[in-house]
Write a protein that binds this ligand. Structure first.
Ligand code: COI
Length: 360
């Protein structure tokens, strides 16, 4: 069984922390506590809870050169005086270790992953934002800490959990504009696209610059081979509504197996919608938007929740506006999902787990 320790200064850090009234969007405000645990000589050590702060590493730490790093995104909610609740943490745990396998990293044992996440929420219970749509965003991650420039899998790793009291990922509320990236690819068959590895996100950043220069907010990736089928949007999955049926790309080794995505599929089917998981040809989709058959589209992910897409566009300069830019089915699904996540609706799927607040 793993050991869990309180490090110096944590009590004071938590007792003197003030949650800002305005959260400055997503991921900019940090909770005062973090968990850290080192893997060395083939085994995991003790977990220590420390005040949130800088970490030290040698310039030769392999993560800085060879990008051996993975992460997860999870949320805790505390709305209407209920909670904190964590949403589907065991799914994040399983996906974390699938990413670890792909990136030649050790599995993090379930007790270390789960208890670190739950303790970070328990110590931060007073800092979980209370407004609907806001949450404590949790970021478990692991990096290769071995000090050597040799290109071989590391043997020393650090697992950490940090947390950010966060408002919505997208501010403004006017829907997303999405740029269809027809040149570069994010992932390819046999690659790492399905893993939540930092390098996958870095690979999307040049396109993010182009996307912004073209006046859009998000990049939509197509498959690397045919440049034809919709994959995902770097930090989130995508759904479209065609003839009142929901379509989303089938996941495989190039697309992240989103937990919000799979929750939406379950919810939508229960609400009576037909949901297809299959290849979506981008050019057929644009024809369907013009013909009024595709009426809405939305992004989904832990951070994004469900965010309607306003219009698609590409290098040609053409714009393809959706009939329901503020969502219709997506608004219904967002409300149903958030109500479960925030504990406002019966949890018939057993998706949320309460956390007992703790003091140091
Ligand atoms: C999440 O939704 O948790 C993600 O990991 C997306 C992120 C890159 C903000």
């Amino acid at each position: 069984m793993a050991q869990f320790n309180i490090g110096p200064g944590l009590k004071n850090a938590i007792e003197t922390y003030q949650l800002p009234e305005n959260l400055m969007g997503f991921g900019n405000t940090m909770a005062p506590v973090m968990a850290t645990c080192t893997y060395e000589n083939g085994k995991w050590g003790e977990v220590t809870y420390l005040p949130y702060g800088p970490i030290t590493m040698y310039p030769t730490a392999k993560v800085l050169h060879y990008a051996q790093e993975i992460f997860e995104g999870m949320k805790a909610y505390r709305v209407n005086g209920m909670g904190p609740y964590i949403f589907r943490p065991e799914e994040n745990f399983l996906r974390f270790n699938r990413s670890a396998e792909r990136m030649a990293m050790p599995h993090v044992p379930q007790d270390i992953f789960m208890q670190s996440v739950f303790d970070i929420v328990a110590y931060s219970a007073n800092f979980v934002p209370r407004r609907s749509g806001e949450s404590l965003y949790l970021r478990p991650f692991m990096y290769a800490a071995e000090e050597s420039l040799g290109i071989k899998p590391a043997e020393k790793f650090v697992f950490m959990v940090i947390a950010s009291p966060s408002a919505s990922y997208f501010s403004g509320g006017s829907g997303l504009s999405v740029y269809i990236e027809r040149e570069n690819a994010r992932a390819f068959p046999g690659g790492t696209g399905y893993a939540k590895a930092g390098g996958n996100y870095a690979a999307g950043l040049a396109a993010a610059i182009k996307t912004k220069q073209m006046g859009f907010v998000q990049t939509l990736w197509l498959d690397a081979i045919h440049k034809k089928y919709i994959e995902e949007m770097s930090g989130m999955n995508v759904f479209v509504v065609v003839n009142n049926e929901l379509l989303t790309s089938k996941t495989g080794d190039t697309i992240l197996d989103g937990i919000t995505r799979k929750s939406i599929i379950t919810l939508a089917r229960d609400l009576g919608y037909t949901v297809h998981e299959r290849n979506i040809d981008i050019d057929e989709l644009l024809v369907d938007i013009k013909a009024g058959k595709c009426t809405e589209a939305f992004a989904c992910g832990t951070a994004a929740i469900i965010t309607p897409i306003n219009y698609f566009g590409d290098i040609s300069g053409d714009r393809f506006p959706l009939h329901y830019p503020d969502g219709k089915i997506s608004t219904e699904l967002r409300e149903k999902l958030l109500a479960i996540q925030e504990g406002r609706a019966p949890d018939k799927y057993k998706w949320i787990t309460p956390v007992e607040p703790k003091s140091v």
